[in-house]
Design a protein around this ligand. Structure first.
Ligand SMILES: *Cc1c(COP(=O)(O)O)cnc(C)c1O
Length: 488
């Protein structure tokens, strides 16, 4: 064997026949017929081809894997719109309690009272924070919540024999918004962004009609700016007979400061994995509860958690107008446990401080960068801000290159090229988790990279050098995703 850094060896390459790293109890299910529930044809004919390694080697394998990717436990992860805040480890410990983790979704209500109680109380907390009348916890992502919300809009209009066709979406919207609208059978109508980075009211007025089923709006919007004409906007849409949907992905800016229902929204999703710190990334898991006002509550997916007068929790299936079930069981329960633990740990004041500090951190970081990076829309930044790399592009370096160069410093890049209304966008969301010194360090890195645009442009274009893989063919990586390592 050549002298290789052991950590770079895949676990199969470390395998030595007969080496063992586990000690399993003997099985308590008979292995063969006739006594076994397992039929002979179901049994493996040959032993599985598993690596034979010692326990320390297994541990090293996973620790190595964990360091090959960037994650919030390594360093700042200011990926705009994604709210990559620190996920307190206590939340995982709580979710792993056997009484939660070992439940089966088909267990009877009598055996899962604690789980139902947790879901019931989580809904109460979400109601208090949003002002909504009722919630479903079923949707397993924000995007899936959007679809549920739009299907409920549809049901609302159908109940009025009102065949509306379109949903209005700002041109700064997240891509999932138009996708959900189209999946629910509507067409999208775009509304422009004005020169302050908010919904252009004149354009909105021109797009409203009796065809409009509703409007989907992110608050604060994807430029990180508070839509300060929200009452006017909601008034106009309601006047036209439409409903207001709030994309709640940016709720981290608002808790304890204002509530979707108070601003005139009828429906909102919450990304529990963003605002309430459940680990996310790499495609999941997630949780996207939907909250609605009283007039829409009967359309919510069933079953819903209910509490009897005697205090007993049960599943309530009896919603004749419900849009039906949207998840095989009751949602990503482990995420619900983590979110509830986080909410309880912070409490009302703590959650309001969380949002205040998220806004403070974004505004502070922004103030350290705007002399160098262009800020097209800047007034009223909440929890994130969007810079433009156009000055750097004029000097020969694209935003993509800046993002790749950041990786060499061991930090994650911001979201880039979104929202589409900002050319060469760098969307930065530091979250409340980061200290001032981390923000200063991140800012210093971005300033240093700006200097390199002139002194070492080829070095930037060749970045990243310090990562396990360099620049990838991202299109092929997306289309032909291959996450398996196969033994020869
Ligand atoms: C994250 C996000 C979504 C989609 O949420 P998922 O949970 O990723 O499906 C929608 N809108 C905005 C603005 C987002 O940031």
């Amino acid at each position: 064997m050549t002298a290789t850094h052991n950590a770079t060896l895949p676990i199969f390459a470390r395998s030595v026949p007969g080496r063992i790293g586990h000690k399993l109890p003997s099985g308590d299910v008979p292995a063969t017929e006739p006594t076994s529930v397992l039929k002979r044809h179901m049994l493996r004919q040959q032993a599985a081809h598993l690596p034979e390694v010692s326990e320390p080697e297994v541990v090293r394998h996973y620790v190595t894997l964990s360091t090959r990717n960037h994650h919030i436990d390594k360093d700042i992860y200011p990926l705009g719109s994604c709210t990559m805040k620190y996920n307190p480890k206590i939340n995982d410990a709580v979710a792993e309690l056997p009484g939660f983790a070992q439940l089966h979704p088909l267990q009877g209500e009598g055996q899962i009272q604690g789980a139902l109680e947790l879901m019931f109380h989580l809904e109460q907390a979400l109601k208090a924070m949003t002002g909504m009348h009722s919630f479903t916890l079923q949707p397993p992502a924000g995007s899936s919540g959007e679809l549920v919300g739009v299907l409920m809009m549809r049901r609302y209009h159908q109940a009025r024999d009102d065949d509306r066709k379109v949903i209005v979406i700002p041109d700064s919207a997240h891509g999932t918004n138009p996708a959900s609208v189209v999946m629910a059978g509507y067409q999208t109508v775009k509304v422009a962004t004005d020169d302050r980075g908010r919904v252009d009211l004149a354009d909105l007025r021109s797009k409203l009609s009796s065809e409009v089923a509703g409007m989907m709006l992110t608050q604060p919007n994807t430029l990180g700016l508070f839509e300060d004409h929200i009452e006017t906007i909601a008034g106009l849409v309601h006047e036209a007979g439409g409903l207001m949907y709030m994309d709640g992905a940016n709720l981290n800016a608002l808790i304890g400061l204002t509530r979707p229902a108070d601003m005139g929204f009828d429906i909102t999703h919450i990304n529990l994995h963003k605002t309430f710190s459940t680990p996310h990334g790499g495609g999941g898991p997630g949780s996207g509860p939907i909250g609605v006002t009283r007039q829409l509550s009967s359309y919510l997916p069933a079953p819903r958690v209910a509490q009897d007068i005697s205090g007993v929790y049960r599943w309530d299936e009896g919603q004749a107008e419900s849009i039906g079930r949207v998840h095989g069981h009751f949602g990503n329960f482990g995420m619900l446990v983590r979110a509830y633990a986080y909410i309880l740990a912070l409490g009302g004041d703590g959650l309001a401080n969380m949002s205040r500090r998220a806004v403070l951190n974004a505004n502070y970081l922004k103030s350290t960068l705007t002399d160098i990076y262009d800020l097209p829309y800047g007034d009223g930044t909440m929890h994130e801000f969007v810079l433009s790399g156009r000055r750097q592009k004029e000097r020969g370096i694209k935003t993509l290159d800046i993002a790749k160069k950041l990786l060499d410093y061991g930090v994650h890049a911001p979201t880039v090229y979104f929202p589409l209304v900002v050319p060469e966008a760098l969307m930065i969301e530091p979250t409340e988790s980061e200290t001032r010194s981390t923000l200063d360090r991140f800012s210093a890195i971005l300033r240093e990279i700006d200097g390199l645009v002139d002194s070492d442009p080829d070095g930037i274009r060749a970045a990243p050098r310090n990562t396990p893989v360099r620049r990838l063919d991202e299109t092929t990586a997306n289309r032909e995703l291959d996450v398996h390592w196969m033994a020869e």
